[in-house]
Design a protein around this ligand. Structure first.
Ligand SMILES: [Zn+2]
Length: 493
């Protein structure tokens, strides 16, 4: 079997997860579940990024150690992923001892090769971005454009990675591996006049990190530590007896946000080339999720935790939120969350579209045929269902999760229209039981396909659908509509 090894970005543990973090994990989980059903040997890695000045400062302010802060916040991410049925194989943390050891090994190897060298550096450093900024990157007022804050003038001796040496090979890689393809140009643009990058900081400034081997005055910072988790966390040493029977590296796809694409497509690929390791097959950059059309930000306070959405709509399982988030944005584009849109889409697509279609078909099958229908079916609609399977597979091959969801809903709409056009209740009233049976049997068969295709998005709902279709189980609504009590929730924010 062919392997499918997916990684997500590792989230910085300076706070709790919001739906922006959740969006990435939900689409990743759906992609992995999809390829699992297509018979691939899947492996799903997620985790947290735990070093750096911000953690150091936040922990100090809270009067706890950085490790205590990381432990508390990493747990919040794990709890949220459990709530959303994110079925990862491993949750890797950059404070894991094996990761730290492997990072030092990588650093030493590149140092021995001459791809890491010591160099005095002066520059403008943004502690928000955790990187040096060039004058040309600043606003007219000399501020970091992301953080609206003046960068600090930093002068120190650091270790540098010889990124420029690999520019040609990185460009070749970017052309074919970056997805969606329309993002290739911006990465190529970023690579014009590519400079070597600083990969350590003085211990005076950064204590919370992995020490540079044999140099107590320097801390490894940040690229080799964070990016190499995709590699270190699946090393035989890190996995031990939990290792799968197949070889994991290289990754099939790194799923990341568009804001960190250049670090993955350029820095990480350069580091891997220096390590003389195989390169990931693809890097997929998704867009951002806004709330009520405004970018989520802790300072403006419009940050929503996934748990709060589930709670305020009295949802005991995450299926409808998973579906909504996954279909919120076309591949690579930004999407938006709003309570009204959430309720409206879930009701229209899942409750009235998919759930109601199944419920009334099962009811008629029970009423007219005691729950059993023959295998005489409408070949045109069955062909359309097969076509949908191919289209959905094609979208997933390009990590187009929302586009896949839209195809599934298009099949549901087509099937609803088929029921309306053929009106099996009229056929039964007119005594045309043969045709009535054919219509119901066709719809039930199509609903098997729908439950199969929707399962990665809505695993619990799909399991109930499949159960009712195959077991002839007692008919209950597979989907409960969201209630309309939104007042409390809106007031709370
Ligand atoms: Zn910044």
């Amino acid at each position: 079997m062919e392997k499918f090894y997916l990684t997500t970005a590792i989230d910085y543990v300076n706070g709790a997860p919001h739906i922006g973090h959740a969006y990435e994990k939900i689409i990743s989980d759906i992609i992995v579940r999809h390829f699992d059903r297509r018979g691939r040997d899947v492996y799903f890695l997620t985790g947290t990024d735990e070093h750096g000045v911000k953690i150091q400062k936040t922990a100090a302010a809270a009067g706890i150690t950085p490790q205590e802060l990381c432990d508390q916040n990493a747990q919040k991410f794990k709890d949220t992923w459990a709530l959303l049925d994110i079925k990862y194989d491993k949750f890797g943390r950059t404070t894991d001892p094996v990761h730290k050891k492997k990072v030092q090994e990588i650093f030493r190897k590149l140092l021995d090769k001459g791809d890491i060298y010591k160099h005095s550096y002066e520059g403008l450093y943004c502690s928000g971005c955790e990187c040096f900024l060039a004058e040309k990157d600043l606003t007219e007022d000399g501020l970091c454009p992301v953080h609206n804050k003046a960068p600090e003038h930093v002068s120190e001796e650091n270790y540098f990675f010889r990124l420029s040496k690999y520019a040609g090979r990185i460009k070749e890689y970017v052309k074919t591996a970056v997805k969606p393809e329309w993002r290739v140009a911006e990465v190529m643009n970023f690579m014009e006049d590519l400079q070597d990058i600083s990969v350590s900081r003085s211990t005076k400034n950064v204590q919370w990190g992995i020490p540079v081997p044999n140099d107590p005055e320097q801390t490894i910072y940040v690229w080799i530590d964070a990016l190499s988790n995709y590699y270190t966390q699946v090393s035989p040493e890190a996995l031990g007896s939990a290792a799968p029977s197949f070889t994991l590296w290289p990754a099939t796809v790194h799923v990341i946000g568009k804001d960190i694409l250049k670090f993955h497509a350029v820095y990480w690929i350069g580091i891997l080339l220096a390590m003389e390791e195989a390169l990931p097959e693809s890097i997929f950059a998704h867009g951002w999720i806004t709330i009520d059309a405004a970018k989520m930000s802790k300072t403006t306070g419009n940050v929503i935790a996934p748990a709060d959405i589930l709670k305020s709509f009295n949802l005991t399982e995450p299926d409808v939120l998973r579906y909504y988030m996954a279909s919120a944005a076309h591949a690579g584009k930004d999407g938006n969350y709003s309570d009204d849109d959430f309720k409206e889409k879930v009701n229209a697509h899942l409750a009235n579209g998919m759930g109601n279609l199944l419920n009334r078909t099962l009811n008629m099958t029970e009423k007219y045929f005691n729950g059993k229908v023959g295998e005489n079916r409408d070949s045109a609609l069955l062909a359309a269902a097969n076509e949908t399977v191919s289209k959905v597979n094609g979208h997933f091959d390009k990590f187009e999760v929302a586009e896949a969801a839209h195809e599934i809903m298009a099949l549901v709409d087509m099937t609803n229209k088929y029921v309306t056009d053929n009106a099996p209740w009229t056929l039964a009233k007119d005594g045309d039981m043969e045709k009535c049976e054919e219509v119901l049997s066709t719809v039930l068969k199509v609903m098997e396909t729908v439950s199969y295709l929707i399962a990665p998005f809505c695993p619990n709902i799909a399991a109930r659908m499949a159960n009712q279709l195959t077991m002839g189980a007692k008919i209950e609504p597979v989907f409960l509509r969201l209630d309309s009590e939104l007042a409390d929730k809106s007031a709370k924010r």
